[in-house]
Write a protein of this length. Structure first.
Length: 181
């Protein structure tokens, strides 16, 4: 660009080009950087989620050291950086926790450790079901995975309905095996 008024056309390409992408943990392998990189952003609108993820990606994210005050209820209940509304107020009002607008709120994604824990819980619950109910539940999970990833609440509700249906039968698998002998 020239300093001439109205001349906005650049006649040369960009002088310095990045050959490699920025890595926020290249020279800093501290525990703080690892925890910041493992943060899953959720309960905010898509725009706010992109902003917070950009801050994490380019090492601009500053975590809170103390709880912050909610702008709606005035309680010190905010534990996540850049949020202005606590979780209880956010749920009651149905707004974004960062900007406060009534937009579509993005649910937080589960981290690897949370996902592994959820898988272990599901396996133990599935082992307690009879084979017929287990196959029903697996078909339900596959159907939900095709549409969208099922939430933990949906899966637990389905398991509870299967357990209730199992209790209504009046006998367990062991009793039915004894009656056949």
């Amino acid at each position: 660009m020239s300093c001439q008024k109205g001349n906005t056309v650049r006649s040369r390409p960009q002088k310095y080009k990045n050959k490699t992408a920025f890595k926020n943990n290249l020279h800093d392998t501290s525990q703080r950087t690892k925890t910041i990189n493992s943060i899953s952003v959720g309960n905010v609108c898509q725009r706010c989620k992109d902003i917070i993820e950009w801050k994490i990606k380019y090492k601009k994210y500053k975590p809170l050291s103390q709880l912050k005050t909610c702008v709606k209820c005035g309680q010190k209940a905010i534990s996540k950086a850049y949020h202005t509304i606590c979780d209880t107020c956010r749920k009651n009002l149905g707004v974004c926790a960062k900007c406060g607008d009534q937009k579509d709120v993005v649910a937080p994604t589960a981290t690897d450790s949370e996902q592994a824990q959820l898988d272990e819980e599901m396996k133990s619950l599935l082992k307690s079901l009879p084979e017929r109910k287990r196959r029903t539940f697996v078909r339900f999970m596959n159907k939900k995975n095709d549409e969208a990833s099922p939430s933990k609440e949906e899966l637990l509700n389905k398991l509870e309905t299967l357990k209730v249906a199992d209790d209504e039968d009046g006998f367990t698998d062991e009793e039915s095996d004894d009656s056949l002998e």
